[in-house]
Write a protein that binds this ligand. Structure first.
Ligand code: NAP
Length: 559
């Protein structure tokens, strides 16, 4: 692919603001994050008339909303970036190994500008319904703002972690201080100086925010229900010589990442710093050998630690040894033994909940102004006007930060009233858990595509790799339909059932189902417990998708 269509917009950031009334397009794309932007780029190349809708008032998706202090990516910036334009990847300069949220947002804005992508989007438009009409073979899409448009194809680029959850704690709305949600953070900086701050949650978001807030606040209290495993990021400025050399081989690095050969953990790292995984199995390693490998990975940092020993997510014994290594590091780092114990995860195998990557998280608990409250032992009774009350204590607060997660993977799709053939709803179809073919199509919902949908590697990978693979696959499929004169594509019910069974089979061969994670929907009361992502890795998954398209899109029906 070339950069031939890269006219820079001269018409400003938001060219048109009027409502779409009964407007017709070839394709509608929902979401202007990494996925939606690239999808629009590819659809334009096919010569299709495209409309994008985005709830936020600008591009960025997850990086538009998640502006909490300390927010940065846990995939390395040189790998967590678009690969579709060789010119773009050569010219963009990342400043750190792991980019901050502001830097990633600047990058996305740059891409939108460089490829003139904003012009096809309408912003501040939350899509609330998408209905398929069999007679016209069109999707009809409405937004909360009142837009009404139709298109042959509807492509959901709605993100996997884009529906924030509030905790079901009594009195949440009674709090009279400042209240912030990590995933809906204000666009202006928040000054915690001199304030008593409480953070509820200890997932990836909180683990990044806590060290930064602690440096400013007068007092920080972290309310932890379940401890998570966190690996030091070992973040650092990128060395220009390293970057220059890396960029000389960018194409090769990208190719390795695409087929899952860079890291045992979905391509989160840019380059292998050692041979990875360092050992296929922990079973035959001596304690000393295991310690040496893990120490090496720990000291170079990042989520790739989970890939150090190849069977960490498959073998219980290996997993226990790796988990114990991390617990030992926590004990070494945190001075207070009781706090160290409370921070040490024991209720799930390491890696079966998304591994966290931090900068100084455990060290933060050595500060005089930071307290950890174990709400498993002392449950939060209520939130009052003045702070948080547990059964034993009161914690007066000026600021309350909620980092309580997302309705992952299915949340954003089910938040839209999606109706397929015969008026059947996606909510009904997925009442017992998501059912897709390849995470790309849903039987009974013709011409609907889900980018990084449930049943694909998505959240178990570097999202950029999975997004680009899905967008390319969809664009190629639409190109195939154009050439063949097809107007309609639908996943075959049998192929879908086979894929769902395969996704479950792969998950059940791992330790993933042992954790009450958001991968399983366990963080949302009443959500069916189904392991949603495809756990075989980006390489094998890509092979399946390529085989499907090479065989005339087997498992899909065209008309
Ligand atoms: P999360 O991992 O789901 O964590 C939510 C936290 O809130 C958990 O500690 C949870 O405790 C706690 N919580 C929820 N309800 C609660 C309640 N009623 N009382 C007390 N605690 C409660 O959410 P997240 O931190 O936003 O991260 C979600 C995902 O987003 C990550 O796993 C990652 O994939 C992605 N993310 C990535 C980055 C990055 O790239 N570095 C940064 C942030 C997020 P329990 O565990 O007990 O439910």
């Amino acid at each position: 692919m070339t950069d031939r269509q890269h006219a820079v917009s001269s018409s400003g950031r938001h060219p048109e603001r009027g409502l779409d009334q009964h407007a017709g397009f070839d394709a509608i794309v929902v979401g202007a994050g990494f996925a939606g932007l690239y999808m629009v780029y590819r659809l334009r190349e096919l010569g299709l008339r495209v409309r994008g809708y985005e709830a936020g008032d600008d591009v960025g998706g997850t990086w538009y909303w998640n502006r909490y202090p300390g927010a940065r990516c846990d995939a390395e910036s040189l790998a967590y970036s678009y690969s579709f334009s060789p010119a773009l990847e050569q010219e963009w300069q990342w400043s750190e190994r792991y980019a901050t949220q502001p830097e990633i947002l600047r990058y996305i804005e740059h891409v939108a500008e460089r490829f003139d992508l904003r012009r096809d989007f309408r912003f501040s438009r939350r899509v609330d319904s998408a209905r398929y009409d069999a007679e016209s073979n069109l999707w009809s899409i409405t937004t909360e703002a009142g837009d009404r448009s139709h298109a042959r194809f509807c492509i959901m680029a709605t993100g996997c972690l884009s529906v924030p959850l509030l905790p079901d704690i009594p009195g949440l709305d009674d709090f009279r201080g400042e209240r912030y949600q990590a995933s809906l953070w204000p666009h202006h900086p928040i000054d915690f100086t001199g304030k008593r701050v409480g953070v509820i949650g200890t997932g990836s978001s909180a683990i990044q925010a806590v060290p930064v807030i602690a440096r400013q606040a007068a007092r920080l209290t972290v309310f932890q229900r379940t401890p998570n495993f966190s690996i030091p990021a070992c973040n650092e400025p990128l060395d220009p010589a390293f970057v220059a050399e890396f960029k000389r081989h960018y194409r090769e690095h990208r190719e390795l990442a695409r087929v899952g050969k860079i890291s045992g953990f979905g391509g989160l790292e840019a380059v292998p710093r050692e041979q990875a995984p360092a050992a296929d199995s922990g079973v035959l390693l001596s304690d000393r050998e295991l310690e040496t490998i893990l120490e090496q990975y720990w000291n170079t940092g990042g989520a790739r630690f989970i890939g150090a020993i190849g069977d960490t997510l498959l073998n219980e014994r290996t997993n226990t040894l790796v988990a114990e290594f991390v617990r030992e590091r926590i004990r070494r780092t945190v001075h207070d033994a009781e706090t160290a114990e409370a921070l040490s995860p024991t209720s799930h195998p390491i890696g079966t909940k998304r591994i966290c990557v931090d900068t100084g998280y455990y060290e933060t608990y050595n500060r005089d102004n930071v307290t950890l409250v174990d709400v498993r032992r002392h449950p939060i009774a209520r939130i009052t006007a003045n702070g948080v009350e547990t059964e034993h204590d009161q914690y007066p607060l000026d600021v309350l930060v909620l980092a309580t997660g997302f309705d992952a993977m299915t949340g954003a799709l089910l938040a839209i009233d999606i109706r397929g053939e015969h008026g059947s709803t996606l909510a009904d179809k997925w009442a017992n858990g998501p059912r897709t073919y390849l995470g790309l199509g849903v039987s009974g919902f013709p011409n609907l595509f889900t980018i990084t949908g449930p049943g694909s590697p998505s959240v178990l990978s570097n999202m950029l790799i999975s997004i680009e693979q899905h967008v390319d696959w969809i664009a190629d499929c639409l190109g195939f339909m154009q050439r063949q004169g097809y107007q309609r594509i639908d996943a075959d019910a049998e192929a879908e059932a086979g894929w769902v069974a395969h996704v479950n089979e792969i998950a059940n061969a791992t330790l993933f189902p042992r954790a009450g994670s958001w991968y399983l929907g366990a963080n949302v009361p009443g959500k069916p417990r189904v392991f949603m992502p495809y756990a075989a890795g980006v390489g094998p998954y890509r092979e399946v998708c390529e085989r499907v398209s090479a065989n005339g899109y087997e498992g899909f029906r065209f008309a």
